[in-house]
Design a binder for this molecule. Structure first.
Ligand SMILES: [Zn+2]
Length: 391
């Protein structure tokens, strides 16, 4: 059993220890020590990183009561080594993990929403709560966030140790222990069984920011949040995003919502106008094409897939068969149309043409469309034309 120094002193970053076991024959380099300040992955908290006697610690896992350090090179068993824990990473994990305890306690106290699970991610963290998303509107989220931050800013002492018997039975535990007797206690705020690393005072969490919520399965919700240094980094990151968006729209970041709304409306209006113009253009083009075709099928390539659709419809309405193609976004689009109920089945004709384009599509005997490889568009249109002639 490894002596876990991080349990009694979560701020310990430098220590000496003896290598009691190396890696198994042929396995990746690893070491078990008689004592360690490295936290092994567990309870939602990722493993520490750092160095051990000059080797890099690439992962730390728990195995049969021991802490196994996975390394980038071998250490000789029996030697004394110096360990150094990456403090920036550890502090970040302590801030997220303890912030999670305080936030989970706040959701439970204010909204009777117990926490099912916790995930500490690379950028943000999440907790899954036993509560319907319909009960977590913005005001509910902000209330829990405020309560959790109040616990941070009161800078309350955090007690993390084993509790037994009478003393333990008096603790209002927020959840059932998975293993061991260790409880992380913030008097009057939270008592949770936990084997993770926690700061000595809640103030070390810095701040807690709830980012959003989404529905998570039946009657449950996933709340995304960040704590401590991540809040500062996220504000900077989001500031950059807003500035880039504002520069692109030639406005100030605070005017973005209004500018985005206006541009969405304008683009919607333009889209409607372009549909109308296409329709109008298709009517005059169809007149002309049908007149010139003198009763034979019209085979043509046009600029856009949307125009091929409206034009083929307009041609069919004027009594001719339309076999139209367009190349858009690197795909060939086909639109085949016939006057209602007259002539060969367009869906059958399209099937053959699409086999040439290795494409996909379908439709009815009156109208069919599909898309495929643009390199053989001419060939596909010619084959469809020949097929009609042979009928
Ligand atoms: Zn915990």
């Amino acid at each position: 059993m490894t002596d876990r120094l991080y349990l009694s002193d979560p701020y310990l970053v430098s220590f000496t220890a003896r290598v009691v076991a190396g890696s198994e024959q042929g396995g990746p380099p690893s070491a078990v020590l008689d004592r360690t300040a490295f936290y092994p992955e567990g309870g939602g908290q990722p493993a520490d990183r750092g160095t051990l006697g000059g080797a890099r610690v690439v992962d730390v896992q728990e195995s049969r009561g021991d802490v196994v350090h996975l390394l980038d090179r071998q250490l000789a068993p029996g030697t004394e080594v110096e360990g150094r824990v990456d403090w920036v990473r550890r502090l970040d994990h302590m801030q997220q993990h303890h912030g999670q305890h305080l936030l989970s306690a706040a959701f439970e106290r204010l909204h009777s929403a117990p926490t099912r699970s916790f995930h500490l991610g690379e950028r943000t963290c999440t907790i899954d709560l036993d509560i319907s998303i319909s009960k977590l509107d913005d005001a509910a989220l902000r209330a829990a966030e405020s309560a959790a931050n109040e616990s941070v800013w009161r800078n309350l002492p955090v007690v993390a140790r084993d509790f037994f018997g009478e003393e333990r039975s008096r603790l209002p535990l927020r959840k059932e222990p998975v293993k061991g007797d260790r409880v992380v206690l913030v008097e009057g705020v939270d008592a949770s069984p936990c084997g993770g690393t926690h700061p000595l005072r809640t103030g070390d969490v810095g701040a807690i920011a709830v980012l959003g919520v989404q529905k998570w399965g039946q009657g449950a919700s996933r709340v995304e949040f960040v704590c401590g240094g991540r809040v500062v980094r996220l504000v900077a990151e989001q500031g950059r995003w807003l500035k880039e968006a504002a520069d692109a729209l030639k406005t100030a970041p605070r005017d973005l919502p209004e500018a985005a709304r206006r541009i969405a409306e304008e683009s919607n209006a333009r889209r409607k106008l372009s549909v109308e113009l296409e329709r109008e253009l298709s009517r005059s083009r169809a007149e002309e094409m049908v007149r010139e075709a003198k009763g034979s099928p019209i085979v043509a390539k046009v600029e856009r897939a949307s125009f091929a659709r409206v034009l083929s419809g307009a041609i069919a309405e004027r009594g001719a068969i339309a076999l139209l193609g367009a190349v858009e976004d690197g795909r060939a689009h086909l639109c085949f149309a016939r006057p209602k109920g007259a002539g060969p089945a367009m869906n059958e004709l399209l099937k053959d043409a699409l086999s040439i384009l290795s494409g996909k599509g379908g439709g009815s005997p009156d109208f069919a469309q599909g898309s495929g490889d643009p390199a053989r568009l001419d060939e596909a249109l010619a084959a469809a034309r020949a097929k009609i002639a042979s009928v």
